[in-house]
Design a protein around this ligand. Structure first.
Ligand SMILES: NC(=O)C1=CN([C@@H]2O[C@H](COP(=O)(O)OP(=O)(O)OC[C@H]3O[C@@H](n4cnc5c(N)ncnc54)[C@H](OP(=O)(O)O)[C@@H]3O)[C@@H](O)[C@H]2O)C=CC1
Ligand SMILES: O=C(O)CCC(=O)C(=O)O
Ligand SMILES: [Mg+2]
Length: 420
């Protein structure tokens, strides 16, 4: 495909997605990356250096990533023109090259552009947002036993109020919809119909089941003992409540789960290990207190888009904060890795913040490519740098005797601790 501004590296090859969605990865795969707004300039370069060093240490000159910069956010407006926040060819490149990684992108609150992060997920139908939450030894945490928090969030990434179907108060569209609800649907419960913004929350059986299926499959493949459906179905019965019901239904239909002690929890045997996997559910507010009180009871989490957003940051806090919270957006044939945090504008360009989230997102990416040796080296490097108490400001301010490093220096410390 011919690109306008994107320079396709001559020394790389394309990853192929096979019919069963497995990947054939060449030794020099072309991987697109988006630098990101705000602290993107601080976290993306150390991520690239750490990945290059890990791949080199793991495979010598046999393998290397051919990085290809693609654009979104403020940088795209500088390159493509003032209103081009998400160029079409950025989506084309991610589709063509199948695996990419991105820094954070700014979303103004209220008016202005809608989230580019959400747009990327929706346009590419990256319906799973997978966010592992684990504690690294030595990381300062507000809880007494951070090692008990070991969960993987599967956040539905394509539906819910993130669909962006909402209208501003007093707009003709909001008035029209409110009138329709009152006149034709018999709705009497809109407390203040004048001056009322309105939003729609779509949640479907298909969208729910494809997400829950991935979460349960992950539990099978990784020998996890439970999958918890987190919802607010007591209040939003036909969206969040339906998510719970469809989740249990999928567990029965697809994995042969049976009600446990009469239900609603279900159980089935892991076909690989023979051990039980329990499918359970919990209401979102109760879940948010239980992850502080009894985190050891939760393992794989399947939840809706908004709950997953809140839960991601809350769980990250228990293991050291969003400076060390990685993630992936995964669809049928495309995967786009990104940190859980945003652009932290007050720190932009200061070489200060923790690049750990993006580096650990890259670690997930390497595992996705099947380059486990390089991924393991990144984990070793991160563990080593933290153990040596050579950390960025977010950890240093809570760690007595730690040495304060810049973002770039933390990347170097990780590389130094990879060893060999
Ligand atoms: N996927 C994405 O690209 C996302 C984009 N965003 C967007 O980012 C913008 C800013 O959002 P905001 O609500 O401030 O949330 P951010 O996640 O950008 O930052 C909130 C706070 O988290 C801490 N933090 C964030 N990143 C790091 C890091 N790498 N290392 C250490 N600490 C970190 C800082 O805490 P402290 O002040 O304590 O030092 C920071 O002030 C918004 O436009 C938002 O829409 C938000 C989330 C995800
Ligand atoms: O897109 C945004 O601005 C926020 C997204 C977000 O908070 C997230 O994906 O966790
Ligand atoms: Mg978020």
């Amino acid at each position: 495909m011919g690109y306008l501004k994107i320079k396709v590296p001559a020394d790389g090859d394309k990853i192929t997605v096979n019919a069963d969605l497995s990947l054939t990865v060449p030794n020099h795969p072309i991987i697109p990356y988006i630098e990101g707004d705000g602290i993107g300039v601080d976290v993306t370069p150390p991520m690239l250096s750490v990945v290059n060093a890990a791949v080199e240490k793991a495979y010598g000159s046999k393998k290397a990533i051919a990085w290809m910069e693609i654009y979104a956010g403020e940088k795209a407006t500088r390159i493509y023109g003032p209103d081009v926040w998400l160029p079409e060819e950025t989506l084309d490149a991610l589709t063509e090259f199948s695996v990419g990684i991105k820094g954070p992108l700014t979303t103004p609150v209220g008016g202005g552009i809608r989230s580019l992060n959400v747009a990327l997920r929706q346009e590419l139908d990256l319906y799973v947002c997978q966010r592992p939450v684990r504690w690294f030894k030595g990381v300062p945490s507000p809880v007494n036993n951070p090692e008990k928090t070991d969960m993987v969030i599967f956040r539905e990434n394509s539906e819910d109020i993130y669909a962006g179907i909402e209208w501003q108060a007093d707009s003709p569209e909001a008035k029209k919809l409110i009138n329709f609800l009152r006149d034709e649907m018999g709705v009497t419960k809109i407390r203040f119909p004048e001056g009322c913004g309105i939003g729609i929350k779509p949640v479907s059986e298909e969208g729910t089941k494809r997400l829950v299926r991935k979460a349960i499959q992950y539990a099978i493949d990784n020998d996890k003992d439970s999958v918890t459906l987190v919802h607010k179905g007591n209040i939003m019965k036909f969206t969040e409540g339906a998510f719970k019901d469809w989740g249990y239904e999928l567990a029965r239909e697809r994995f042969g789960a049976k009600p446990l002690d009469g239900g609603p929890w279900h159980v089935f045997q892991n076909p690989v290990t023979g051990k039980d996997i329990v499918i359970k559910d919990v209401i979102a507010d109760a879940f948010l207190q239980q992850i502080l009180m009894r985190p050891e009871e939760y393992s794989v989490i399947a939840t809706l888009n908004l709950n997953g957003d809140y839960i991601s940051d809350a769980l990250a806090a228990e293991v050291g904060g969003i400076g060390i919270a990685p993630g992936a957006n995964i669809g049928g044939s495309v995967a786009l890795f990104e940190a859980t945090h945003g652009t932290a504008p007050k720190y932009a360009g200061q070489d200060k913040v923790n690049p750990g989230s993006l580096i650990l997102s890259a670690e997930m990416m390497l595992r996705h490519l099947g380059w486990a040796e390089a991924a393991d080296l990144i984990l070793k490097g991160v563990e080593g740098a933290i153990e040596a108490k050579t950390v960025t400001y977010d950890f240093e301010r809570l760690m007595p005797d730690a040495t304060l490093l810049k973002a770039s220096e933390f990347g170097d410390a990780i590389i130094a601790k990879m060893g060999r």
